[in-house]
Write a protein that binds this ligand. Structure first.
Ligand code: BGC
Length: 738
């Protein structure tokens, strides 16, 4: 077996990016340059730099007006979080949820760096990603897959790594969607009204990490918060983002998420996209001349416009786009053919490594996997092959036909190619003696017929979701339920009931309920492959045939029923977030509900043992009162100590283990989830090899948000320390007292 993860590709991509990185200046220096430019700009030019040129008014999905007085372009803003939309060729990377499932900081960063290199090569100034909202409190939420996890800690780490990778490549990242846009139904009218503690400890948490990672821009979301549109919400934009988090960059509206001229300007919006509004009345232009008039009559202060422009220019300087940045090399509206080829074999390798290392092995009875060379293998399900009409047959991937490798909506891109599972399996077995039989529809009796005479069957099933402007098979963005699509349960049942040992491969945007499938005794293995992008099939065969041990871990909980999550999307126009802090595993733990596969779970072809926990944490209890710097109070990220443990590979093949640290708070912290992820480390280990997992704890990791004092507070008392292989497979415990 080859080593589980050859990090050479990821390392090579990162080294190349670091060498090429133009980013050598601080925010203060960037702001100085921006302020100098400000003096040279006319009022019209300033207004043009904060206003979009309207939808389809320029080559990118968002474009601003270029000033003449300074050397600054029409800014090009382009989706999205997993690749570059409406451009080709580009590399279609695995979705955010797969990147999260790798729990591999270096690989996540390499994915960001590779995306950023392509963006820069195409002349894109701002890549509209990563997505860290929705957080995914609703398991059926349509856009959860664009982000990394429904745990804020994992989300924050993955988003920060992605941003640093992207921006080292030279593109400005855009952290979206800020904030509390958890469902697609009524996304432009719903008001999210959570309590302040929930906001800080769950939804704002990953935004701290992204601001700390120096993200250049933040996109305000469609929804209202406490009755006020997010993009004109003083509390959300000024008090939280620019105040408590010390964000020095600019806030750009989601497309048509602006609803006013004066309030949006005064309450913290810095750039409007796409420049005109589809809503009320259609074609409304809130800024442009209207902003000029509002400044003229004093309802918006001149300083506010100057601040918007300074912020926008600061971000541009900060990532070094003043130095030889390429011109836009494609148009979104004519098929997107680029005049340069920005894809490289290394980028494809990174895509394959993420596809492979995000695979979560959920079940593996009697070591059914890895597969050797069976005499015959049945490949079953429409998800085994590319859509016969082509991988890009549906606009923004708005159909679920053929193998599922992205969700749908603005966060998608055109596949340059898509390696489907069947082709990769054929490639893997070429020249051998295995007979491959296929049934590449979801017809249960045809599937059973193919399986009946085979030694082993692999059934492919899916569950899709996306953005609410497209409805697919009656799912208006958010999923209608957590079941497999196309009657996947019946397909698996029919195949398994032939008596042939059956392996189920799941391509899904999030959790699906597996109870019907698990009730079949002949289902010997279940493999979650997520939505793995263009290298889907290769990533899968790398694991199925044992070139690599599976090493992904679930970035969310798989329950036994949808009801077990205690939450679904609402048709109401108000969501008070009554669940508070108790989402995903926090809810299962609090209510003592047994999940089917818990958060952080994933099997390997080898086994790992844990020993020798060491806990060394000291901190002063009480509030965190440091000066606000970029990312929040300066002491919030101060180290308070470490937890370490030895992890050994006790099996016979190489593998990688994601060691996880969870912390339980003392009782003096009011009603806190029983345990919360506060550290993880992925270790590649040869058989017999051991290594130390080292978890650094920051002050934030042992704090809660005290809404009364408006401060992060370290509670006093005994904290519980849990180190393990998942949120429920705790191998070592300890404690510390503050
Ligand atoms: C989405 C954003 C996207 C924008 C531009 C909106 O519908 O919510 O995520 O970046 O469109 O395409």
């Amino acid at each position: 077996m080859r080593p589980v993860f050859t990090s050479t590709t990821a390392t090579a991509v990162l080294q190349a990016v670091a060498l090429a990185s133009a980013q050598a200046i601080t925010w203060d220096e960037a702001r100085e340059k921006a302020s100098a430019d400000l003096a040279a700009l006319t009022q019209d030019e300033k207004i043009g730099m904060v206003s979009g040129v309207t939808w389809e008014g320029g080559p990118c999905v968002g474009n601003t007006y270029a000033p003449e007085s300074i050397a600054y372009p029409s800014l090009c803003l382009q989706d999205g979080p997993l690749s570059l939309r409406y451009a080709n060729p580009v590399t279609v990377f695995p979705a955010g949820i797969n990147a999260g499932a790798t729990w591999d900081r270096e690989l996540i960063r390499a994915r960001g760096a590779a995306m950023g290199e392509q963006a820069k090569g195409l002349g894109i100034n701002v890549q509209l990603g990563p997505a860290l909202g929705p957080l995914g409190k609703i398991p059926t939420g349509g856009r959860n897959w664009e982000g990394f996890s429904s745990d804020p800690y994992l989300m924050g780490v993955a988003a920060a790594q992605t941003i640093e990778g992207m921006q080292e490549s030279g593109v400005q990242a855009c952290a979206k969607h800020y904030i509390l846009n958890e469902q697609e139904h009524n996304r432009e009218t719903i008001s999210s009204n959570p309590d302040d503690r929930t906001v800080h400890e769950l939804y704002l948490w990953p935004f701290y990490d992204t601001v700390k990672a120096n993200v250049a821009s933040v996109m305000c979301s469609y929804n209202k918060i406490d009755g006020t549109w997010t993009c004109e919400n003083d509390e959300v934009l000024n008090t939280l983002l620019k105040g408590q988090l010390g964000f020095p960059g600019y806030v750009v509206s989601d497309w048509n998420a602006q609803h006013s001229t004066v309030d949006s300007a005064n309450n913290g919006l810095d750039m409007t996209m796409p420049g005109s509004d589809f809503n009320d009345p259609p074609g409304s232009v809130y800024w442009g001349d209207n902003l000029a008039a509002a400044i003229q009559d004093g309802s918006v202060p001149q300083e506010r416009l100057d601040d918007m422009v300074t912020r926008i220019l600061s971000s541009w300087y900060f990532v070094g786009q003043d130095q030889d940045y390429p011109a836009v090399a494609f148009s979104s509206w004519d098929g997107g053919a680029a005049t340069v080829n920005v894809t490289t074999p290394e980028h494809g390798d990174v895509a394959r490594a993420v596809a492979r290392d995000s695979i979560v092995l959920l079940k593996n009875s009697n070591q059914s996997l890895p597969l050797g060379a069976p005499a015959s293998l049945a490949i079953i399900g429409s998800d085994a092959i590319v859509n016969p009409d082509g991988a890009n047959a549906c606009v923004d991937r708005g159909c679920n036909t053929g193998t599922l490798a992205q969700g749908w909506g603005s966060g998608t891109a055109e596949f340059p190619y898509l390696v489907d599972p069947l082709s990769a399996i054929q490639e893997q077995l070429a020249g051998g003696s295995t007979e491959i039989v296929t049934s590449t529809t979801d017809d249960a009796s045809a599937g059973a017929e193919a399986a009946a005479s085979a030694e082993t069957a692999i059934v492919f099933i899916t569950a899709d979701a996306g953005e609410g402007y497209i409805t697919v098979e009656d799912n208006a963005g958010d999923r209608n339920n957590l079941d497999p699509w196309h009657d996947g349960n019946a397909l698996v049942q029919a195949v398994a009931q032939t008596g042939t040992p059956t392996i189920v491969v799941v391509h899904s945007v999030g959790p699906i309920i597996l109870e019907t499938i698990l009730a079949e005794p002949n289902v010997v293995a279940i493999v979650w492959a997520g939505i793995p992008g263009q290298e889907s099939g290769h990533g899968l065969t790398d694991v199925l045939f044992g070139d690599t041990s599976p090493s992904g871990k679930l970035p969310y909980t798989i329950g036994k029923s949808e009801e077990d999550y205690g939450i679904t999307w609402t048709q109401d126009l108000v969501d008070d977030f009554p669940e508070g802090l108790f989402i995903d595993y926090r809810y299962f733990d609090q209510n003592e509900i047994a999940p089917r596969y818990e958060f952080g779970f994933g099997l390997s072809y080898t086994t790992f043992n844990y020993s020798g926990i060491k806990v060394s944490v000291t901190a002063e209890s009480g509030p965190t009162v440091g000066e606000i710097v970029v990312g929040g109070p300066e002491d919030l990220f101060e180290s308070v100590g470490t937890v370490s443990a030895s992890v050994g590979n006790s099996g016979t093949v190489s593998g990688a283990e994601v060691a996880q640290l969870y912390i339980g708070y003392p009782e003096s912290a009011p009603s806190t989830p029983p345990k919360q992820l506060r550290g993880f480390q992925k270790l590649n280990l040869e058989p017999g090899e051991s290594a130390q997992a080292e978890f650094d704890l920051a002050r934030r990791d042992i704090s809660y948000w005290d809404a009364d004092s408006q401060e992060w507070v370290v509670p006093s008392g005994e904290f519980q320390v849990y180190v393990g292989s998942s949120s429920r497979d705790i191998r070592l415990t300890g404690s510390f007292t503050i």
